[in-house]
Design a binder for this molecule. Structure first.
Ligand SMILES: CC(C)(COP(=O)(O)OP(=O)(O)OC[C@H]1O[C@@H](n2cnc3c(N)ncnc32)[C@H](O)[C@@H]1OP(=O)(O)O)[C@@H](O)C(=O)NCCC(=O)NCCS
Length: 194
């Protein structure tokens, strides 16, 4: 999870309400603004993806989803609600997504950029690969970005506890990593009448 100076919080959608908020934004941006049919916008891949949600004072303002392949991730459905655009939230979203992919240990990030946004993605280290193509009446360009991993990026051989942690907070130790946890639970007195 990341919180920015402007009050925006971006995190992995971690319950059904978060997911509803993410899907509502996609309905507004892709189905309403960009006239994408429902059955194209929402697909089986939503069950395999990590959904990302951005909140401003509890109000859902942005979303994206991350899909996983053998040695790369694909970023999809990046969307900021129209009334919240032009405030830098798109930049925060792509920064968060790259941070998230690094924290998962991926070295390569791939996306299909709407051609008008090529410069926006280039500013975050993406380069154009492959060819332009047309899809759903928009011009797209394939882009990819390489990530420098650091020592704490997860890999086999790291302490195994870290890989057990929930998505999006892989840097935070969970309660079951505490030593003597069971002794602490057993030592806790039972509530009266229980
Ligand atoms: C693309 C999108 C996520 C950007 O969100 P945002 O919050 O407005 O972005 P920011 O305010 O952080 O600005 C990001 C940069 O992108 C540029 N940008 C945003 N919309 C743009 C557009 N339609 N055409 C060209 N550049 C655009 C901005 O000028 C800005 O560049 P700068 O920092 O050099 O001035 C948002 O416009 C959106 O949701 N669009 C509809 C959905 C969509 O098309 N998603 C992308 C699919 S690849």
């Amino acid at each position: 999870m990341k919180t920015y100076e402007n009050g925006l919080t971006i995190r992995v959608a971690s319950n059904s309400e978060d997911q509803l908020k993410a899907f509502l934004i996609r309905g507004m941006v892709y189905m309403h603004e960009q006239q994408c049919p429902y059955r194209e916008e929402f697909d089986l891949n939503d069950y395999a993806a990590t959904q990302i949600i951005g909140l401003l004072g509890g109000e859902p303002v942005l979303t994206a989803r991350v899909r996983y392949f053998q040695d790369f991730v694909k970023l999809e459905r990046l969307a900021v609600r129209s009334e919240y655009r032009g405030r830098g939230f798109g930049h925060h979203l792509i920064e968060y997504l790259l941070w998230f992919c690094r924290s998962k240990g991926f070295r390569k990030v791939y996306l299909h950029a709407q051609a008008r946004l090529q410069q926006f993605y280039e500013g975050h280290g993406f380069i154009r690969i492959g060819r332009n193509f047309r899809f759903s009446d928009y011009d797209y360009v394939e882009m990819a970005c390489s990530i420098d991993l650091n020592a704490s990026s997860p890999k086999i051989g790291n302490p195994p506890d870290r890989i057990n942690r929930p998505e999006g907070i892989l840097e935070l130790p969970g309660p079951l990593e505490r030593p003597n946890l069971h002794q602490l639970i057993e030592a806790k007195p039972l509530p009266k009448g229980g």
